[in-house]
Design a protein around this ligand. Structure first.
Ligand code: GDP
Ligand code: MN
Length: 391
């Protein structure tokens, strides 16, 4: 789960990291009020969307008086930001964050990620920040500082101090920078994050270090033990299809193709996507109904896949172990009886109670295309693209 910049900063501030003074606004009037309350002579008005790269597309505005704050906010509210990270549909701005502007001397990059190769938390840093990590790693890979943390002992002060030196921090600020890096690590670990990014980490003209922008991503499977984080979720920033899935206990990832997929188990789901790709077609989604899925859950999965207008054919691939083919068939019949199919549906059932499952499908009289193997199911689904529902 992703959160907003202002939320990430508030969390980091709780771990002792210095952030500029700021306040959230839901209207231009409120934004101007925030600026007055913050004081000073320059403010930054920042669109709160779940994406970086806002600066490049006008989502971060430097303002020199209250009326400029008002109009910047007025322009941002309700607008759709198309950033390098936001996907084709962009992200709509419903909140802006107003901050006292920092007089910047230097921008640096600090990020903590889960490194899947070493299976460790890795700190990535660069003396040149303010640009996205994707650009840093492709344009100036030699500038990147990397540091792996041993989980048994956690991050050590000497490691943080080394990073601070490599960032070229002024001697007077080494202690402060070391504390920031250690604090970011503690936040990552204690809050079950999968990513913590401070970009830019700024050295100001008056010689102080600030987190001027921050992003955090959390492990969905650990949210149950962080209710204060879970409540920061902002559904307006998510892919609507994925929100509906999460709310129904289904694991769903949306793609851009036209074959809607339902499988049980992540492995079988991925294999199904691979087979579709190999057949030269593009899946519309990944959807895992999990184990022991009730007819009701299967019906929900089917409705979810059908709610995607790009879907032309639906492919259900179930190899039942803990699952039961008769329950899956019941779910399919339940969903299709309520809402008759307007697109071809290919169903492959195998495993527990397969005979009952097949009987339920044939007795229903619904126009379901059946297949015995995954290969057969995929080739039938691809062939059905662009055709009408068999009557
Ligand atoms: P992003 O584009 O979504 O990553 O948004 P950022 O918050 O990182 O802002 C983009 C850029 O705007 C930063 O890299 C800075 O150069 C600039 N910026 C942001 N906040 C301030 C500020 O308080 N003072 C100044 N001078 N520049 C800022
Ligand atoms: Mn940034």
């Amino acid at each position: 789960m992703d959160i907003h910049e202002y939320q990430a900063k508030e969390l980091l501030s709780g771990f002792g990291i210095r952030i500029p003074k700021g306040g959230l606004a839901y209207s231009p009037e409120q934004a101007a009020y925030r600026a007055r309350d913050i004081g000073g002579g320059q403010w930054v008005v920042k669109a709160q969307v779940h994406s970086g790269g806002r600066g490049k597309v006008g989502g971060v505005r430097l303002c020199k008086d209250e009326s400029a704050v008002y109009s910047a906010a007025d322009e941002l509210f309700g607008s759709r930001l198309h950033t390098a990270q936001s996907g084709d549909s962009g992200k709509v701005v419903y909140r802006v964050y107003v901050e006292g502007a920092v007089a910047i001397k230097r921008e640096m990059y600090l990020g903590l990620v889960l490194d899947r190769i070493t299976e460790r938390i890795m700190v990535v840093a660069s003396p040149n920040g303010g640009i996205e990590i994707e650009d840093l790693s492709s344009n100036q890979p030699d500038q990147l500082i990397r540091c792996i943390v041993e989980p048994a002992v956690g991050m050590q002060s000497f490691q943080a101090r080394e990073i601070a030196f490599e960032l070229g921090i002024d001697a007077a600020n080494i202690r402060d920078a070391t504390d920031i890096i250690l604090a970011a690590y503690r936040a990552f670990e204690e809050l079950d994050a999968t990513m913590v990014e401070i970009n830019p980490l700024v050295e100001s003209i008056e010689g102080k270090l600030y987190a001027v922008d921050s992003k955090m991503t959390f492990d969905d499977n650990a949210l149950f033990r962080h209710p204060e984080i879970a409540e920061l979720r902002d559904k307006s920033q998510e892919d609507a299809r994925e929100t509906r899935a999460t709310d129904r206990g289904l694991r769903y990832v949306g793609f851009d193709g036209n074959i809607g997929c339902i499988a049980n188990g992540a492995g079988l789901g991925m294999a199904t996507l691979d087979k579709i790709a190999r057949a030269g077609a593009v899946p519309a989604n990944f959807l895992d109904i999990g184990g022991a899925a009730s007819p009701d859950k299967v019906a929900k999965a089917l409705r979810l896949v059908r709610s995607d207008d790009n879907v032309e054919v639906i492919l259900v691939n179930v190899f039942a172990g803990i699952n039961r083919c008769d329950w899956v068939a019941d779910g399919i019949v339940q969903a299709l009886t309520l809402d008759p199919p307007n697109r071809p549906i290919v169903v492959r059932l195998a495993g527990t109670n397969v005979d009952q499952g097949r009987k339920i499908l044939s007795r229903s009289g619904l126009p379901v295309i059946r297949a015995n193997t995954l290969d057969e199911a995929v080739s039938r689904a691809v062939r059905a693209l662009g055709t009408q529902v068999p009557k």
